[in-house]
Design a protein around this ligand. Structure first.
Ligand code: ZN
Ligand code: ZN
Length: 356
């Protein structure tokens, strides 16, 4: 499996005439060799791979790393890389320019003076864009864990509860169910705060009749989940109900349109044009969604500028919203995997308007 993932590097080797690629981004390293620790490097040549770590990680690496030789480095890792490059005759090495600091690059250029260093952009991360069966299983498991956790927390929401307490209870539920972390700082935005698409949980207490947008996710085995519900605490009134219905219909239309071959721009347009037709176009300011995997936000991007075309195995969010300053907002988000003829929904919280 890891070898087939590494096969995706082939186009980079060819396009840039590389002898090897040096990875320092931990998500890419985990994807390509299985290491889940917090420091290391992976050097992949056309036919061999070396995982490089210091002595703190040697035992962990020998358990986790597959299809790569584990090398313990001395105090300066780049010295080991320079020695490997020399002994293996690697003269053109690509590196992750978007995950390398200027100072790290300078040190690398100094120590690898006989090597041509080739900058590879964010498209290198796109080797992870189509998920394999093992990844889809992990993404499904973390999405289920996360959706169930929300269900356990919703019943405790009532007037007087703080947004921050809802976020805390949700995280506790996730961890009890085996999450290793939360995927991001949860958004719990009630009442007029709902107009902020990224309103983090605050000290504000929930009042009767308010809508509450809860955007949440967990991490397990390195994989993220991402889901949003907007619920009401008591009767929210007709305007809020109408906005919820428009967002829900836009969400459903976009979900129905997900299939291989549709461009990210056109998929975004399905939801956006519906919301515009209903008169709320100016209140939907963000893109329709994004890829989810070892990162919470990764390729592809679903937006009016998204030029990529969906392929089977991509995992993306569908998350239209309407945010009205001074009034509030609604977002509804599911995470789906693109299948041969449509999509399979990984997240499972109820998206109809729930009145608590
Ligand atoms: Zn989200
Ligand atoms: Zn999202």
């Amino acid at each position: 499996m890891l070898k087939s993932r590494r096969f995706r590097l082939k186009t980079f080797f060819e396009e840039y005439s590389l002898d090897a690629v040096l990875f320092t981004d931990l998500r890419n390293i985990r994807y390509l060799c299985g290491f889940s620790g917090s420091e290391g490097a992976l050097l992949v040549s056309r036919d061999v791979a070396w995982f490089l770590c210091d002595s703190r990680y040697t035992a962990q690496a020998s358990e986790e790393v597959h299809s790569a030789e584990v090398r313990e480095c001395g105090p300066v890792r780049i010295d080991t890389i320079a020695a490997l490059a020399e002994e293996s005759g690697l003269s053109r090495i690509g590196f992750e320019a978007s995950h390398t600091t200027v100072s790290a690059y300078r040190k690398m250029a100094e120590k690898l003076s006989g090597v041509e260093l080739v900058e590879l952009g964010t498209n290198l991360d796109e080797i992870r864009i189509c998920k394999d069966a093992a990844e889809i299983e992990l993404l499904g498991a973390v999405a289920t864990l996360s959706s169930l956790s929300l269900g356990a927390v919703l019943r405790h929401i009532k007037p007087g509860v703080r947004e921050a307490d809802i976020a805390l209870e949700l995280e506790l539920e996730m961890r009890r169910r085996g999450a290793e972390d939360k995927a991001f700082d949860f958004i719990v935005a009630s009442g007029v705060r709902g107009a902020m698409p990224h309103g983090r949980a605050s000290d504000k207490t929930i009042c009767s009749g308010e809508m509450i947008t809860i955007d949440f996710g967990a991490v397990k085995n390195g994989y993220h989940s991402d889901e949003t519900v907007t619920v009401a605490c008591g009767n929210p009134g007709s305007r809020a109900r109408e906005i919820h219905a428009v967002v829900k219909a836009a969400h459903d239309r976009a979900m129905d349109a997900v299939r291989p071959g549709i461009s990210c721009r056109d998929l975004d347009g399905v939801a956006r044009s519906y919301i515009s037709d209903k008169g709320y176009g100016e209140y939907f300011g963000h893109g329709l969604g994004h890829g989810v995997g070892l990162e919470i936000h990764e390729a592809p991007t679903l937006s009016p500028r998204g030029s990529m075309v969906l392929e089977e195995g991509m995992v993306v969010t569908i998350e239209p919203g309407i945010y009205i300053p001074g009034f509030g907002g609604v977002r509804i988000e599911d995470t789906v995997v693109v299948t041969g003829d449509g999509c399979h929904v990984l997240t499972s919280a109820d998206k109809e308007l729930i009145v608590l």
